[in-house]
Design a protein around this ligand. Structure first.
Ligand SMILES: N[C@@H](CCC(=O)N[C@@H](CS)C(=O)NCC(=O)O)C(=O)O
Length: 218
Protein backbone atom coordinates (compact mmCIF):
# COMPACT_ATOMS: atom_id res chain seq x y z
CA UNK A 1 0.00 0.00 0.00
CA UNK A 2 1.30 3.46 -0.91
CA UNK A 3 0.44 6.86 0.53
CA UNK A 4 1.26 9.73 -1.81
CA UNK A 5 2.04 12.83 0.23
CA UNK A 6 3.36 16.37 -0.22
CA UNK A 7 6.28 18.01 1.58
CA UNK A 8 6.31 17.10 5.25
CA UNK A 9 7.14 20.70 6.11
CA UNK A 10 4.01 22.08 4.45
CA UNK A 11 1.44 19.42 3.60
CA UNK A 12 -1.04 19.49 6.45
CA UNK A 13 -3.58 17.30 4.62
CA UNK A 14 -0.90 14.67 4.04
CA UNK A 15 0.09 14.61 7.71
CA UNK A 16 -3.43 13.62 8.82
CA UNK A 17 -3.77 10.11 7.29
CA UNK A 18 0.00 9.53 7.52
CA UNK A 19 -0.23 9.99 11.31
CA UNK A 20 -3.17 7.60 11.51
CA UNK A 21 -1.29 4.90 9.60
CA UNK A 22 1.99 5.40 11.44
CA UNK A 23 0.47 5.67 14.91
CA UNK A 24 -1.38 2.39 14.44
CA UNK A 25 1.62 0.67 12.84
CA UNK A 26 -0.07 -0.05 9.50
CA UNK A 27 2.48 -1.06 6.87
CA UNK A 28 2.71 1.35 3.92
CA UNK A 29 5.28 3.02 1.73
CA UNK A 30 5.47 6.73 1.18
CA UNK A 31 5.56 8.39 -2.21
CA UNK A 32 6.79 11.96 -1.83
CA UNK A 33 5.71 14.66 -4.28
CA UNK A 34 6.94 18.19 -3.82
CA UNK A 35 4.30 20.95 -3.71
CA UNK A 36 6.67 23.23 -5.67
CA UNK A 37 4.79 24.97 -8.46
CA UNK A 38 6.65 23.40 -11.41
CA UNK A 39 4.41 20.87 -13.12
CA UNK A 40 2.45 20.39 -9.87
CA UNK A 41 -0.97 19.65 -11.38
CA UNK A 42 0.44 17.18 -13.91
CA UNK A 43 2.56 15.45 -11.29
CA UNK A 44 -0.35 15.06 -8.88
CA UNK A 45 -2.80 14.14 -11.65
CA UNK A 46 -0.74 11.00 -12.12
CA UNK A 47 -2.24 9.83 -8.78
CA UNK A 48 -5.49 11.70 -8.21
CA UNK A 49 -8.34 13.18 -10.28
CA UNK A 50 -8.29 16.19 -7.92
CA UNK A 51 -4.57 16.93 -8.54
CA UNK A 52 -4.09 16.95 -4.79
CA UNK A 53 -2.45 14.92 -2.08
CA UNK A 54 -2.85 12.79 -0.01
CA UNK A 55 -3.82 9.74 -2.08
CA UNK A 56 -3.81 6.15 -0.83
CA UNK A 57 -3.19 3.39 -3.36
CA UNK A 58 -4.03 -0.07 -2.09
CA UNK A 59 -4.03 -2.61 -4.91
CA UNK A 60 -6.93 -1.71 -7.18
CA UNK A 61 -8.29 0.82 -4.69
CA UNK A 62 -7.29 4.43 -5.05
CA UNK A 63 -8.59 6.71 -2.32
CA UNK A 64 -8.11 10.47 -2.40
CA UNK A 65 -8.98 13.07 0.22
CA UNK A 66 -7.81 12.78 3.83
CA UNK A 67 -11.18 11.93 5.34
CA UNK A 68 -11.98 9.21 2.79
CA UNK A 69 -8.52 7.71 3.36
CA UNK A 70 -9.10 7.66 7.11
CA UNK A 71 -12.45 5.89 6.71
CA UNK A 72 -10.90 3.36 4.32
CA UNK A 73 -7.96 2.64 6.66
CA UNK A 74 -10.30 2.42 9.64
CA UNK A 75 -12.43 -0.19 7.86
CA UNK A 76 -9.74 -2.21 6.11
CA UNK A 77 -6.87 -2.14 8.60
CA UNK A 78 -7.97 -0.95 12.03
CA UNK A 79 -11.18 -2.88 12.67
CA UNK A 80 -12.78 0.39 13.72
CA UNK A 81 -10.00 1.49 16.11
CA UNK A 82 -9.50 4.71 14.15
CA UNK A 83 -12.57 6.17 15.86
CA UNK A 84 -13.76 5.99 19.49
CA UNK A 85 -15.68 2.91 20.51
CA UNK A 86 -18.75 4.51 22.04
CA UNK A 87 -21.34 5.81 19.55
CA UNK A 88 -21.52 9.07 21.51
CA UNK A 89 -17.78 9.76 21.35
CA UNK A 90 -17.59 8.45 17.78
CA UNK A 91 -20.24 10.95 16.71
CA UNK A 92 -18.32 13.71 18.47
CA UNK A 93 -14.95 12.67 16.96
CA UNK A 94 -16.44 12.48 13.46
CA UNK A 95 -18.02 15.91 13.93
CA UNK A 96 -14.65 17.36 14.98
CA UNK A 97 -12.96 15.79 11.95
CA UNK A 98 -15.65 17.09 9.60
CA UNK A 99 -15.47 20.53 11.17
CA UNK A 100 -11.74 20.68 10.43
CA UNK A 101 -12.22 19.27 6.95
CA UNK A 102 -14.71 21.95 5.93
CA UNK A 103 -13.83 24.81 8.29
CA UNK A 104 -11.12 26.87 9.94
CA UNK A 105 -10.30 28.54 6.61
CA UNK A 106 -9.16 31.82 8.21
CA UNK A 107 -6.71 29.98 10.46
CA UNK A 108 -5.55 27.66 7.68
CA UNK A 109 -4.96 30.54 5.25
CA UNK A 110 -3.23 32.89 7.69
CA UNK A 111 -1.14 30.22 9.41
CA UNK A 112 0.00 27.66 6.80
CA UNK A 113 1.74 24.63 8.26
CA UNK A 114 5.47 25.37 8.12
CA UNK A 115 7.18 23.09 10.59
CA UNK A 116 10.73 24.40 10.03
CA UNK A 117 9.85 28.03 10.60
CA UNK A 118 9.40 30.26 13.64
CA UNK A 119 7.15 33.12 12.62
CA UNK A 120 4.72 35.74 13.89
CA UNK A 121 1.52 36.82 12.14
CA UNK A 122 -1.07 39.52 12.73
CA UNK A 123 -4.12 37.81 14.21
CA UNK A 124 -7.23 39.16 12.48
CA UNK A 125 -10.70 38.88 14.08
CA UNK A 126 -11.53 35.94 11.76
CA UNK A 127 -8.37 34.07 12.79
CA UNK A 128 -9.12 34.85 16.43
CA UNK A 129 -12.59 33.30 16.04
CA UNK A 130 -11.01 30.10 14.73
CA UNK A 131 -8.43 30.15 17.54
CA UNK A 132 -11.21 30.58 20.12
CA UNK A 133 -12.92 27.49 18.78
CA UNK A 134 -9.62 25.57 18.91
CA UNK A 135 -9.10 26.75 22.50
CA UNK A 136 -12.45 25.20 23.38
CA UNK A 137 -11.78 21.93 21.50
CA UNK A 138 -8.25 21.46 22.93
CA UNK A 139 -9.24 22.69 26.39
CA UNK A 140 -12.67 22.59 27.97
CA UNK A 141 -14.30 20.19 25.50
CA UNK A 142 -11.34 17.78 25.57
CA UNK A 143 -11.30 17.70 29.34
CA UNK A 144 -15.06 17.11 29.40
CA UNK A 145 -14.54 14.05 27.17
CA UNK A 146 -11.51 12.92 29.14
CA UNK A 147 -12.86 9.47 30.10
CA UNK A 148 -9.43 8.43 31.44
CA UNK A 149 -7.69 9.62 28.32
CA UNK A 150 -6.29 13.00 27.31
CA UNK A 151 -7.22 12.76 23.61
CA UNK A 152 -9.84 14.91 21.92
CA UNK A 153 -12.61 12.33 22.07
CA UNK A 154 -11.89 9.77 24.75
CA UNK A 155 -9.17 7.77 22.97
CA UNK A 156 -6.65 8.54 20.23
CA UNK A 157 -8.62 8.73 17.00
CA UNK A 158 -8.60 10.30 13.57
CA UNK A 159 -9.98 13.46 15.23
CA UNK A 160 -6.54 13.92 16.85
CA UNK A 161 -4.87 13.39 13.46
CA UNK A 162 -7.13 16.03 11.90
CA UNK A 163 -6.03 18.62 14.47
CA UNK A 164 -2.32 17.64 14.53
CA UNK A 165 -1.40 20.27 11.90
CA UNK A 166 -3.03 22.93 14.09
CA UNK A 167 -0.73 21.97 16.97
CA UNK A 168 2.21 22.47 14.61
CA UNK A 169 0.87 25.84 13.43
CA UNK A 170 0.44 27.07 17.01
CA UNK A 171 4.09 26.19 17.60
CA UNK A 172 5.37 27.82 14.40
CA UNK A 173 3.49 31.09 15.00
CA UNK A 174 4.09 31.18 18.77
CA UNK A 175 0.40 31.12 19.73
CA UNK A 176 -0.47 29.83 23.21
CA UNK A 177 -4.13 29.04 23.87
CA UNK A 178 -3.78 28.46 27.61
CA UNK A 179 -2.47 25.64 29.72
CA UNK A 180 -4.99 22.91 28.77
CA UNK A 181 -4.49 23.55 25.05
CA UNK A 182 -0.71 23.83 25.44
CA UNK A 183 -0.71 20.47 27.22
CA UNK A 184 -2.54 18.93 24.27
CA UNK A 185 -0.11 20.51 21.76
CA UNK A 186 2.83 19.03 23.66
CA UNK A 187 1.19 15.61 23.83
CA UNK A 188 0.71 15.51 20.05
CA UNK A 189 4.28 16.66 19.47
CA UNK A 190 5.53 13.92 21.79
CA UNK A 191 3.85 11.13 19.81
CA UNK A 192 6.60 8.95 18.27
CA UNK A 193 4.95 9.15 14.84
CA UNK A 194 4.65 12.95 15.03
CA UNK A 195 8.31 13.23 16.10
CA UNK A 196 9.26 11.21 13.06
CA UNK A 197 7.24 13.45 10.69
CA UNK A 198 8.74 16.61 12.25
CA UNK A 199 12.30 15.23 12.00
CA UNK A 200 11.75 14.47 8.31
CA UNK A 201 10.22 17.93 7.72
CA UNK A 202 13.29 19.56 9.29
CA UNK A 203 15.50 17.83 6.70
CA UNK A 204 13.54 19.13 3.71
CA UNK A 205 14.90 22.02 1.69
CA UNK A 206 12.11 22.82 -0.80
CA UNK A 207 10.53 26.25 -0.38
CA UNK A 208 6.87 26.80 -1.30
CA UNK A 209 6.57 30.62 -1.26
CA UNK A 210 2.74 30.67 -0.85
CA UNK A 211 3.12 28.82 2.44
CA UNK A 212 5.76 31.14 3.86
CA UNK A 213 3.54 33.47 5.92
CA UNK A 214 4.42 35.98 8.63
CA UNK A 215 7.59 37.58 9.88
CA UNK A 216 10.64 35.59 10.90
CA UNK A 217 11.48 35.57 14.60
CA UNK A 218 15.10 35.49 15.67
N1 LIG B 1 -9.74 18.08 0.88
C1 LIG B 1 -8.43 17.54 0.55
C2 LIG B 1 -7.42 18.69 0.50
C3 LIG B 1 -6.11 18.25 -0.12
C4 LIG B 1 -5.17 19.41 -0.40
O1 LIG B 1 -5.58 20.57 -0.54
N2 LIG B 1 -3.89 19.09 -0.53
C5 LIG B 1 -2.88 20.07 -0.88
C6 LIG B 1 -1.58 19.79 -0.14
S1 LIG B 1 -1.72 19.98 1.61
C7 LIG B 1 -2.55 19.94 -2.35
O2 LIG B 1 -2.53 18.85 -2.87
N3 LIG B 1 -2.26 21.05 -3.02
C8 LIG B 1 -1.88 21.03 -4.39
C9 LIG B 1 -2.53 22.13 -5.17
O3 LIG B 1 -3.35 22.85 -4.59
O4 LIG B 1 -2.19 22.28 -6.35
C10 LIG B 1 -8.06 16.48 1.58
O5 LIG B 1 -8.69 16.46 2.67
O6 LIG B 1 -7.21 15.63 1.31
Amino acid sequence: MQLVIGNKNYSSWSLRPWLLLRHFGVDFTEVNESLRADGLSQRLNHYSPTNRVPVLIDGENSVWDSLAIAEYVNEQYLQGAGWPESPHLRAYARSLAAEMHSGFSALRNAMPMNIRATRRIVITPAVQRDLDRITHIFGEARLAHHANSPWLAGRFSFADCMYAPVTSRLTTYGVSLGSAADEYVKMIHDLPAMKCWIADAMQETDIVPEDEAGEDVE
